[in-house]
Ligand binder design. Structure first.
Ligand SMILES: [Fe+2]
Length: 638
């Protein structure tokens, strides 16, 4: 009977020493021992040998198991360290992977929904839906807790939705609400508050008619029986006619004056002390602009830059327009009127798709470049014409090209020409945090979303039904991402596999593992290397969705401030008079309270920007509900 060792214990996966040992013994057994030993002894030897080999294999397998467990523990410890110090930031990876990892628990949300539980019990969206019914034109004094720095003298101006209703009619989207202006005035340790509606033409017409007479971003105007089909045809060709001037997004200074902005290029001048509406500036007739961002850049010398969309013979262009503050030849400082008179286009590039100009809400500026981030959310011009004829809102004309990349164009500030274009996997964004040049690269930080679903989340109905939508949190999921563009070290364009000209691809790095929105920085660092940005949370499923977040972009760490049932808005940094460090100063954030008991209350919280702790606040009791606001400006006037 042939004697042999089973081959499975001579596997290549077993260390060589065991294999050698087994081979040697096999040889001995098969030849020498077979010749001299009896069958009984041979059988006994075979059993003993097999058990020894089995034990050796067992020891080897144990070693391998413990080694792998050790490596796994080390890897876990490394990840945990990253979480602890970096909030999960610092990873360069594909955008799909970033968001794919964040939203894997849909099944548990559906189970929660089926069992009758609220999906996001910590998030109160009613703060957006409150309607101010009584303005506060004269300042009321607040109750101050803690200490308001004596050096803080100025006005925190805020803009945002003020009323979701006109008469018995309701707007469909929160971006359509009538603009309400707020002012928190700081003076010698005291704080006062007032609020007034922006008296735009749209507001006045709606108020007079007690219905929505002009279509907004997401709301169709109530049909006017007096308008004939000829009116509607005429409107298609008179693009500026019947256009809403409800500028409820932001507030910026131009020269010595303050203006409210939305994306339609009508800006409204306001009095920063009384909140009175003073004057409307329509840029459409002067420049041919049909759209501009709600976030212009104000340069250190007071010049203002904005990104606009301008139709031209060869299709729509993205144009950077400049409101100069000084005459470059004489050094004469222009008045605001003169700044408006001297608006000029300083850079212009063609939109990627002639019939689908991209939707823009912000853009970037560094010393040498304008940065245009062309996302694949576009306005379909053909749909816009049809919708305008039908009286449908602009939102019906938006088209998202999921499979097309987001393009990042670097435009030379010296000659207005495109220097380089990079591409990234598709993402949607509203706000660019900051941008700067370093070591032959342009770095741009953006609050990114996987797609534009968050716009749908801001429909009134979606906000009301938040707790019934298991996809709401993932639709609203954003992350602050950093794109590093090696502008000096790669060719202008590359050639893809099909021989077509293509753009170099970049993947982003996560700056922190929290959803951040309405980001602000120390304004001295706009366009320059910076370390900190401040934001509110956009994670509706967070333990406390009302967080103020300070992000350290060097360490990729973040610190949060929150209080139960308190919802802060865009944090605005104000440097202290003797500031040395970037974060020497305070951050101001207006606050509202969730629930039904504190609707008639406004407040402002003052945080130490360095320690990210509260140093004081002021609260105000109001006659009517106070809704949450969007953007604002700290004006050094009282
Ligand atoms: Fe914005």
């Amino acid at each position: 009977m042939p004697f042999f060792l089973p081959h499975h214990i001579m596997s290549p996966s077993i260390p060589r020493s065991i294999n050698v040992c087994a081979t040697r013994l096999r040889c001995v057994c098969n030849n020498t021992m077979k010749a001299y030993l009896s069958k009984k002894k041979l059988s006994s030897l075979k059993t003993r040998f097999a058990s020894k080999v089995k034990a050796a294999v067992g020891r080897y397998k144990k070693c391998r198991y413990w080694l792998s467990q050790g490596l796994r523990r080390i890897a876990k410890r490394r990840d945990k360290t990253a979480d602890d110090v970096g909030g999960g930031g610092g990873r360069i990876t594909k955008i799909d992977d970033i968001f794919g990892e964040l939203d894997r628990d849909r099944d548990s949300l559906v189970e929660k929904l089926n069992s009758g539980q609220e999906l996001y019990p910590n998030c109160d969206t009613s703060i957006w839906l409150r309607c101010c019914t009584q303005e506060i034109p004269s300042p009321i004094q607040g109750v101050v807790q803690g200490g308001i720095p004596g050096w803080l003298t100025g006005s925190l101006l805020r803009n945002g939705p003020g009323s979701t209703k006109v008469g018995n009619h309701e707007f469909k989207h929160i971006f359509d609400s009538s603009a309400l202006l707020h002012r928190f005035a700081f003076n010698n340790g005291t704080v006062s508050y007032q609020c007034r509606f922006l008296e735009s033409n749209t507001y006045k017409q709606n108020k007079a008619a007690q219905r929505i007479v002009i279509s907004e971003f997401g709301t169709r105007a109530c049909p006017d029986p007096c308008k004939t089909i000829f009116h509607r045809i005429s409107n298609v060709f008179n693009w500026g006619e019947d256009q809403s001037d409800n500028a409820m997004i932001s507030i910026y200074p131009i020269g010595d004056e303050y203006y409210t902005l939305t994306e339609y290029p009508i800006m409204t001048r306001i009095d920063p002390v009384t909140l009175e509406t003073l004057q409307t500036m329509d840029l459409t007739h002067q420049t041919g602009i049909v759209h501009h961002t709600a976030h212009p850049h104000v340069a250190a010398d007071g010049a203002v830059f904005n990104l606009a969309t301008v139709p031209k013979l060869d299709g729509p262009h993205y144009c950077v327009v400049n409101f100069p503050r000084f005459d470059p030849d004489t050094g004469h400082q222009f008045t605001t009127d003169e700044m408006f008179d001297r608006i000029r286009v300083v850079a212009s590039i063609k939109c990627r798709w002639p019939l689908h100009p991209g939707y823009m809400h912000s853009f970037g500026v560094t010393d040498r470049y304008f940065i245009i981030v062309e996302q694949p959310l576009s306005v379909s011009l053909s749909a816009a014409v049809v919708n305008r004829f039908k009286g449908n809102p602009l939102s019906n004309s938006l088209k998202w090209f999921q499979d097309c990349p987001t393009l990042i164009h670097l435009i030379s500030r010296s000659d207005g020409q495109t220097v380089k274009t990079f591409k990234s996997d598709a993402f949607f964004y509203l706000h660019i945090i900051n941008q700067f040049e370093e070591d032959g690269c342009v770095v741009i930080d953006i609050c990114c979303y996987r797609d534009p679903s968050m716009i749908d989340c801001m429909y009134i109905e979606a906000l009301q039904n938040l707790n019934k939508n298991p996809d709401y949190a993932s639709m609203f999921r954003s992350r602050p991402l950093r794109f590093v563009l090696p502008v000096d070290s790669i060719p202008t364009s590359v050639v893809d596999d099909d021989g077509k000209t293509d753009y170099p691809h970049v993947n982003p790095e996560t700056l922190c593992n929290l959803g951040c929105e309405t980001p602000r920085i120390n304004d001295c660092n706009i366009g320059n290397k910076y370390r900190f940005f401040y934001a509110i949370s956009s994670d509706v499923d967070a333990e406390n969705p009302g967080m103020l977040i300070k992000v350290d972009t060097y360490k990729k760490t973040c610190t949060t401030w929150s209080e139960r049932n308190v919802y802060p808005s865009e944090p605005i940094f104000v440097p202290s008079p003797d500031a040395k460090d970037e974060d020497d100063g305070v951050v101001l954030s207006s606050i509202v309270w969730g629930g039904t008991e504190c609707t008639n209350r406004a407040g402002v919280v003052v945080l130490d920007a360095k320690t990210w702790t509260e140093i004081g606040r002021a609260t105000f009791v109001t006659q009517s509900p106070v809704p949450k606001c969007l953007h604002g400006w700290y004006a050094r006037v009282v």
